[in-house]
Design a protein around this ligand. Structure first.
Ligand code: ZN
Length: 492
């Protein structure tokens, strides 16, 4: 989203909010004290409006339109669009004040961590008491950066290393889950939030997948460099060796994958076909799958460490995970992001189920997949195979970008998530699409389409919902569409 649209939507949100302020101020909403908590209705938000706007007006707007009872600020980010500020000269970081006693054995120092964009304002300190007055709890939303922050040099040593031995600088690379400096920073950050503020919990997310899937282009962000497969840093190499994996053969295997994908993109059909070549790579280099497991398993271990850290400080805090939208298109990522595997260290899971924007993203996924595993098939046939594998019944390839996915997709995916964690005390709070920006020709939300998606979440058995992806992007009438459905369902 460009800056102009961002500001335009932001202003609309503020103006609309003012209308409802008085009635709410005269009837303050108390935080529920009943033993049965109300269903989670959460709202992610950039920090800029939390620093700059009239909070009472904004929270009243969220409450009145959609019964929001939890706020999820992007409280730590080095990405300007998440912070909601201009890119030029941007630094980012922690929009609350870091308490340095919690940060040990990490290369990041106070000036690396502290976001300077709003001076001395501590966003959590400013927001939490006002939000509570409106019956809104505050959760820290930690979404991993997709780009190495250029302004913070000390981040560099925390980033992954590709199979050529080069440090990555952004997606599909990112900070390495096996790097102790990154582990210590993240655990310090969640400890800081858990001890220093009266929060409801923490949601952490990483919009990445393992190296093999990236190299094969099996991504909604297809077309990425297949030579940037990760991670071969010293810590991952050691972990691999300790597991008995031949690191050099893994590295060579990724080189072969890189060649396969580059040739495919250049229109060179492998003599024995795309699928056969893909499968032969796995036969010849089982180390590829071993490295895949190493990466995916390391992320789960990282999540488990976050969970244990926070729960040891305060078991009442809720800890959960944002799950990248790509899982909705990729049976491969779906396989390695099995929600049942998360049940030992999750209070909630938020699968991103953005049905509107899913159309264009799915088309992008198909394009990437046809440069490797699915190269033998037409785009239409590829989509058909994926629909069958994923259990979808959706629009044809030529209409998909404009149509998006249906509310039926939202319901099926919610149901699948709920079933995966059945029998465990884990709640599913799907992320539902309210004006997530789409490329030209993509679908557009209406109050009715949003209401259908919200309805599908609860018909699918979810215990809560995260209105997504950012309050400042939402048209007020579409947020009200969500509210209508929630009222009809009796959720609010
Ligand atoms: Zn690594």
């Amino acid at each position: 989203m460009n800056r102009r649209n961002f500001i335009k939507l932001g202003v609309v949100g503020t103006g609309a909010a003012l209308a409802g302020v008085e009635s709410l101020r005269s009837e303050p909403v108390a935080v529920s004290t009943s033993s049965k908590p109300s269903a989670m209705v959460a709202m992610p938000i950039s920090v800029a409006p939390l620093a700059q706007r009239d909070l009472d007006a904004m929270f009243a707007d969220m409450r009145e339109r959609a019964g929001v009872n939890a706020l999820f600020p992007f409280i730590y980010s080095h990405e300007p669009h998440r912070a909601g500020v201009e890119s030029a000269g941007f630094h980012g970081g922690n929009y609350a004040r870091p308490h340095m006693q919690f940060y040990k054995d990490t290369p990041l120092n106070l000036s690396d961590m502290r976001a300077p964009e709003f001076g001395d304002v501590d966003i959590l300190e400013r927001v939490i008491p006002v939000a509570r007055k409106h019956g809104i709890r505050t959760f820290c939303f930690l979404l991993e950066d997709n780009t190495l922050p250029a302004a913070v040099k000390n981040w560099e040593s925390l980033y992954e290393v590709d199979h050529h031995g080069r440090r990555t600088a952004g997606h599909p690379g990112g900070p390495c889950f096996n790097n102790p400096g990154y582990q210590n920073f993240t655990l310090g950050l969640v400890e800081d939030y858990a001890r220093s503020y009266d929060i409801g919990g923490i949601m952490w997310g990483s919009e990445r997948q393992s190296g093999l899937l990236n190299a094969l282009g099996l991504s909604q962000s297809s077309g990425q460099d297949p030579g940037r497969t990760t991670c071969f840093c010293e810590f991952c190499q050691k972990k691999g060796r300790d597991r008995g994996v031949d690191v050099e053969r893994a590295r060579r295997g990724f080189g072969e994958v890189e060649t396969f994908v580059r040739n495919s993109r250049n229109g060179q059909r492998p003599r024995d076909g795309y699928f056969t070549t893909f499968w032969r790579l796995l036969l010849n280099y089982p180390e590829l799958l071993a490295w895949e497991n190493l990466w995916a398993g390391s992320r789960h271990e990282f999540q488990a460490a976050i969970y244990r850290k926070v729960k040891a400080i305060n078991p009442a805090l809720q800890v959960g995970w944002h799950v990248w939208h790509n899982m909705s298109f990729s049976p491969f990522q779906r396989a390695e992001e099995n929600f049942t595997d998360l049940t030992g260290f999750s209070d909630f899971i938020r699968p991103a189920l953005y049905n509107n924007v899913a159309g264009g993203r799915f088309v992008s996924f198909v394009k990437g997949a046809r440069n490797s595993v699915f190269g033998d098939l037409s785009p239409e046939a590829t989509l058909d195979v994926l629909y069958r594998e994923l259990n979808y019944n959706e629009a044809s390839y030529d209409k998909l970008a404009a149509t998006g996915l249906s509310a039926g997709y939202v319901k099926r995916e919610t149901r699948r998530a709920v079933e995966a964690v059945a029998g465990h005390p884990v709640q599913i709070w799907p992320g539902v699409d309210i004006d997530v920006p789409v490329s030209a020709g993509g679908g557009h939300c209406t109050p009715e389409s949003v209401a259908r998606a919200v309805n599908a979440v609860f018909k699918g058995g979810a215990q809560g919902i995260i209105l997504s992806r950012n309050y400042v992007e939402m048209k007020p009438e579409n947020l009200s569409g969500a509210g209508s459905a929630l009222r009809e369902l009796g959720v609010i």
